[in-house]
Design a protein around this ligand. Structure first.
Ligand code: GUN
Ligand code: ZN
Length: 426
């Protein structure tokens, strides 16, 4: 199939004020997709002449962009999003844990997984890294739904054996056994990958973190996802539970949980030592901007982390986060950094949510750009799809400016179509 439009994708991280060379933009562009992969990228007329028999999907005037990658979210929180008035620990106890307990019912989990996957795809997110509930079947439900659409899903059941309601806890042995069974069922099957998921140190005993470390060493190709230094009250409680650790990250490191496949959600309140450890062990600090604002958690030290050489990712953290749209999350990230007197460049933002996140996952040879051979995961964006954007776009003089206005005014309504592995969904 030929997908026609204004093709844009990133080749490199845009590091300077002049991002030329870090991206490819073809105004009269097209992608040729075959067997679910990117086959060619170029000028529409040239591709059309070369392949006269291929079907054309005409998105002239719209941006043809790699599908967004969401590096951290919670599928059992589809009905938690937008819960009023609390900060992290109270929010977990009051809203999140009672809702997650419902996922012991597989039929309920299936309904929510279907909704969750549709919400992601409808927002142009074609790869997701997701926490499931403690129940093994919640992970089965999510992988089953993602597989129906052939989307790239990285997920795992949370391991949590304390400091939560009785109907929401496992134990070190059962969490090891269930995770192992899920890994053999789903990891590297189709487009699925498994993420070993100790929820956070508060809800895992040392014995359980030790089992998580055992899984990491037995299954080195799996990801590891958890939460780190999100909220000040959370940090003091955590350190009181692990009094022998020097800092929060040290707890995870002590159990072998920090490495180049580790995705550390939030990573806000970090000491210089923790930043150095993240860098040395090549772990990813995952920014969750709408969540950090909504729960009043704090300001992610983006500039400091980048300068320190730490890999950074960006994510929605739905349902602490308030939007499935990565465009909205980029907007929130920009606003948070404004408080820190650091203005994130629009080219960097759009790189971040695509190739940047793909690199953080080590999956840049599969997703995140239109590199030949990558999956044809595509989002088609209309940058003037509402009256406010339409009026503002008339004054845009450059692609950079257009992207910034899209980031600021766009969102779910900007998504005109989504393709997963070359198949049109929306
Ligand atoms: N820390 C542990 N669990 C969670 C969660 O579900 N959401 C957020 N935002 N932080 C967490
Ligand atoms: Zn989270």
């Amino acid at each position: 199939m030929i997908i026609r439009g204004r093709v844009l994708h990133f080749l490199e991280e845009p590091k300077t004020d002049i991002p030329e060379g870090s991206y490819e933009y073809i105004e009269e562009g097209a992608l040729l997709t075959k067997e679910g992969r990117i086959w060619e990228i170029g000028n529409y007329q040239e591709i059309r002449t070369k392949y006269p028999n291929f079907d054309v999907m005409d998105h002239r005037n719209d941006l043809i962009f790699p599908g967004f990658i969401d590096l951290h979210n919670h599928f059992p929180q589809v009905q938690v999003i937008g819960s009023y008035g609390t900060q992290l620990l109270e929010w977990l106890n009051k809203y999140t844990f009672p809702e997650e307990a419902k996922f012991s019912n597989k039929a309920y989990a299936k309904v929510q997984a279907d909704r969750f996957v549709r919400l992601l795809l409808g927002n142009g997110t074609t790869t997701s890294v997701s926490f499931c509930s403690v129940h093994k079947d919640s992970a089965n439900a999510l992988f089953e739904e993602a597989s129906k659409h052939n989307m790239c899903m990285i997920a795992g059941k949370v391991m949590m054996d304390r400091n939560a309601p009785d109907n929401l806890i496992d134990d070190p042995k059962s969490s090891y056994r269930d995770t192992k069974a899920l890994i053999s069922k789903w990891h590297e099957k189709g487009r699925n990958y498994y993420a070993i998921s100790p929820r956070f140190a508060i809800t895992s005993s040392p014995e359980q973190l030790s089992q998580a470390g055992r899984l990491v060493s037995e299954f080195p190709t799996c990801y590891l996802q958890t939460h780190l230094a999100e909220n000040e009250e959370e940090i003091s409680y955590t350190l009181s539970l692990y009094p022998r650790s020097n800092n929060y990250l040290d707890i995870y490191r002590g159990f072998g949980l920090v490495g180049n496949k580790s995705l550390m959600g939030h990573s806000i309140h970090l000491s210089p030592n923790e930043i150095a450890t993240l860098k040395d062990l090549e772990a990813v600090a995952v920014h969750c901007p709408t969540s950090n604002m909504f729960l009043g958690s704090g300001f992610f030290p983006l500039n400091n982390l980048i300068k320190s050489g730490v890999k950074v990712g960006i994510a929605s953290d739905v349902g602490g986060g308030t939007s499935y749209s990565m465009i909205n999350n980029l907007d929130a990230a920009y606003k948070i950094q404004q408080f820190l007197k650091f203005s994130v460049k629009p080219m960097y933002s759009f790189y971040w949510a695509t190739l940047g996140n793909a690199r953080a996952l080590g999956l840049e040879k599969e997703i995140g750009s239109f590199r030949k051979g990558n999956f044809a995961d595509i989002v088609v964006l209309d940058t003037a799809n509402d009256i406010c954007s339409e009026i503002r776009m008339k004054t845009c003089k450059s692609l950079t400016e257009e992207l910034f206005v899209l980031q600021t005014l766009g969102g779910n309504h900007s998504v005109k179509a989504v393709y997963i592995a070359g198949k049109r969904l929306k």
